[in-house]
Design a protein around this ligand. Structure first.
Ligand code: PLP
Length: 377
């Protein structure tokens, strides 16, 4: 059996090596390393794939979130709602911009933002909501869009883990993750579902004026060369990364299918194990399985993880600490116990290896050792 990795980029690269190497060589030959034709081409192909008017490439997913909040013109003291069970980036950009984060709990089944909690957290100072489409499935965007409209709030979707996921509205309309809010943001970090070979990210929007602003902000707030109309940053996707992404975008649907297949195989083998809760998929979204995250009902997590590692199975905890308990984000408004669902998920979740190259033998090995460990500990 091949070594089991949390993410297996080596195997994936080998399958597309020739295409990738050729495209990288073209960029090297052109020496158009920044804003070259490869960036425009990828941007346009991603716009078509997502069916969105504008893709604005940038340096990474965290910058995408920051630029979105800047383009929306949020001011110091404005409140931005996000969930406490997620990667740090959304709270980080809110803090960096001097905005006020307002945290809400998540749903115990999908781990996504609890929309009842969002509604309760709204105050006259609330200006925006950042729903995180966590682990690969969309938060309830229909409900959130309705709430946002009623309270005049902006929506910035964090689609860093969910590129390619499809949301279905009750009238039958569908939309890709990241194309429903004022902005959607994604990351092309190597381990993401559409990953490059370095750092990269992008914003998505259907609003021409917001797109214009975001394009200026990622380029020093410059709309005409050396005339700076807004405070901006330097955040670019380089041409080599864009060339790589353009190749991988052609394979994205097949990558998503491979992840979904691996997830279905995991669930099939694990769903009858009493000590585990397998991932639930909300009825209004597809799940692109950036992570396959389970809950251990009673088993001792440390012992389960040690057992898995002894048998050559890497396991990760996404995420061990909710945002409101992070040292750098201590806030007198929040205390341990305020977000019971997120706190419980942090104590009980484990994520299994998930990537495009898992085979049946590996999945059988992983699941049989997990069932053993859960029964034993
Ligand atoms: C990866 C990730 C980010 C940040 O992306 P970077 O490209 O690493 O800056 C933000 N939010 C979520 C949910 C992520 O998973």
């Amino acid at each position: 059996m091949r070594d089991i990795r949390m993410v297996d980029l080596q195997q994936q690269y080998h399958k597309i090596k020739q295409e990738i190497d050729e495209e990288i060589q073209k960029v090297l030959d052109s020496t158009a390393f920044i804003n070259g034709p490869a960036v425009k081409q990828f941007q346009s192909n991603l716009e078509s794939y997502l069916n969105v008017r504008h893709v604005i490439p940038c340096g990474n997913g965290t910058d995408a979130l920051m630029v979105a909040l800047m383009a929306l013109g949020l001011q110091r003291g404005d409140e931005v709602i996000t969930s406490t069970f997620t990667f740090i980036a959304s709270a980080e950009v809110i803090a960096v911009l001097g905005l006020t984060p307002v945290l809400v709990d998540v749903r115990p089944d999908t781990f996504n933002m609890d929309m009842e909690a969002v509604e309760k957290a709204i105050t006259p100072r609330t200006k925006a909501v950042i729903p995180v489409h966590l682990f690969g499935q969309c938060a309830d965007m229909e409900r959130l869009t309705e709430i946002a409209k009623r309270h005049n709030l902006h929506i910035v979707e964090d689609a860093c883990q969910s590129i390619g996921a499809t949301f279905r509205f009750s009238d039958g309309r569908t939309a890709k993750a990241g194309t429903m809010g004022d902005f959607g943001c994604t990351s092309f970090f190597p381990s993401k579902n559409l990953g490059c070979y370095g750092d990269g990210g992008a914003l998505f929007t259907n609003d021409d004026e917001l797109a214009r602003k975001a394009r200026g902000i990622v380029n020093h707030g410059m709309f005409v060369r050396y005339y700076h109309d807004m405070v901006g940053v330097n955040s670019r996707l380089d041409s080599i990364q864009a060339a790589i992404l353009d190749v991988k975008l052609r394979h994205l649907d097949e990558y998503i299918a491979a992840r979904q297949q691996a997830a279905a195989a995991y669930t099939e083998k694990l769903r009858t194990c009493d000590g585990l809760v397998t991932p639930a998929i909300a009825p209004f979204t597809t799940h692109v399985f950036h992570q396959y995250t389970l809950l251990l009902k009673n088993a001792d997590r440390e012992k389960v993880i040690a057992h898995m590692q002894e048998h050559g199975v890497p396991v990760m905890i996404y995420y061990p600490v909710p945002l409101h308990e992070q040292k750098a984000y201590q806030d007198p408004r929040y205390h341990k116990g305020d977000f019971p669902v997120s706190e419980s998920l942090c104590r009980h979740c484990i994520s299994l290896p998930m990537h495009t190259e898992l085979d049946d033998e590996q999945i059988a090995h992983i699941t049989s050792h997990l069932i053993d460990a859960v029964n034993r500990y």
